[in-house]
Write a protein that binds this ligand. Sequence first.
Ligand SMILES: [Zn+2]
Length: 118
Amino acid sequence: MTDVKTHEGSCHCGAVAFEVDMSLDGLIECNCSHCYRKGFVLGFVAPDAFRLKAEGPQTEYLFNKAHIRHRFCETCGVQTFARGTGPDGTEMVAVNVRALTDIEPFSWTAQRVDGASY
Ligand SMILES: [Zn+2]
């Protein structure tokens, strides 16, 4: 178990930077056509736990039912987070754990989920 801590994250070039209060428990890797291609490791938080500190130019990518707004940096291409709604309509932010800058790479474990079958 890890506690909820405030973590820092950014895209590669730094145009997009954020702070998030999250635990590193319950992370997922998903085999859907989008997550798998991008190699995401995701953690989910409520919108008020996520604070953008720098918001450079980003492009939004929508697919499927467009419930999730995937935003990536126009300069370096890194997607640090996505905003969306869960199945019950709850707003949430999906944070790309690989974009956190204050944790040791591979210090986390993530559960593999079969998003491709949903
Ligand atoms: Zn960038």
